[in-house]
Design a protein around this ligand. Structure first.
Ligand code: AP5
Length: 228
């Protein structure tokens, strides 16, 4: 499909908006890599690499990892041949400097303008989504004990992996993450709106409904000039 060629999709939204849930499925449908900086950093933490040792205390506080570290990680990942046809970013960029750097990297690699999807959710649902979240320790599939439980408690439907709760989903850390989002990431919606690439999706309803709204919004945007 032409739209997937050399196209970067960026999923924006506060912690718990459903960026991971929607962007993973979206990347599968478009057959392009799903690049989550949160997942990449958690992997580095669990492997105890130098990057992981740097990121661990920052993530545990709910703060953001320094821009240059995250940008370098993404730049290296984009060199992978699997990224040539397009990518889906989840949780990146998260600050204005990251957005500017990403624009430079995408241009250097011959990508067109990114398509940015902002998932909008009111603060009242975010805490329930975050404290109820469980993630498969094997494949990363995301569940919610309240709204999207696995068939068997604590066991992944896909591969039987053990479901775990993220260390930063404790209520006091969630507050810090929401504050970091308000101060450092929310300004990106205005930045991308001015660039004319922002699409907004109401993400407060159920997972399937949000998926349909996302597909409809992208189809309408595609319709405007034929290929986004
Ligand atoms: P990251 O892993 O990116 O976390 P986040 O942005 O806080 O987002 P979440 O993963 O918590 O939420 P989500 O929107 O993906 O929601 P999900 O789909 O899981 O970052 C973690 C940390 O890493 C940061 O705090 C920072 O320290 C560091 N970091 C990462 N990237 C960085 C960067 N670029 N720069 C600097 N530092 C960086 O869904 C949540 C729950 O809700 C799930 O249980 C799910 O089942 C449920 N759910 C989802 N959609 C729905 C729905 N429609 N209805 C009902 N339930 C739903």
């Amino acid at each position: 499909m032409e739209m997937a060629l050399h196209r970067a999709f960026i999923f924006l939204g506060p912690p718990g908006a459903g960026k991971g849930t929607q962007s993973m499925r979206f990347a599968e449908r478009r057959a392009v890599p799903h690049l989550s900086t949160g997942d990449m950093l958690r992997d580095a933490v669990s492997r105890g690499t130098e990057l992981g040792r740097l990121a661990k205390p920052i993530m545990e506080r709910g703060d953001l990892v320094p821009d240059e570290v995250v940008v370098k990680m993404i730049e290296e990942r984009l060199d992978g041949s699997d990224c040539a046809a397009g990518v889906v970013f989840d949780g990146f960029p998260r600050t204005l400097p990251q957005a500017v750097q990403l624009g430079r990297v995408l241009e250097e690699k011959g990508f067109g303008k990114p398509v940015v999807v902002d998932l909008e959710v009111g603060p009242e649902v975010l805490m329930r989504r975050l404290t109820g979240r469980r993630t498969c320790s094997v494949c990363g599939e995301i569940y919610n004990v309240y709204d999207a439980p696995p068939r068997v408690p604590d066991v992944c439907d896909r591969d039987g992996g053990k479901l775990v709760q993220r260390a930063d989903d404790r209520p006091e850390v969630v507050q810090e993450r929401l504050a970091a989002y308000e101060h450092q990431t929310r300004p990106l919606t205005e930045y991308y709106r001015r660039l004319g690439v922002l699409l907004t999706v109401d993400a407060s309803s159920g997972v399937e409904e949000v998926r349909r709204a996302l597909d409809d919004t992208l189809e309408r945007a595609e319709g405007r000039d034929g290929r986004l």
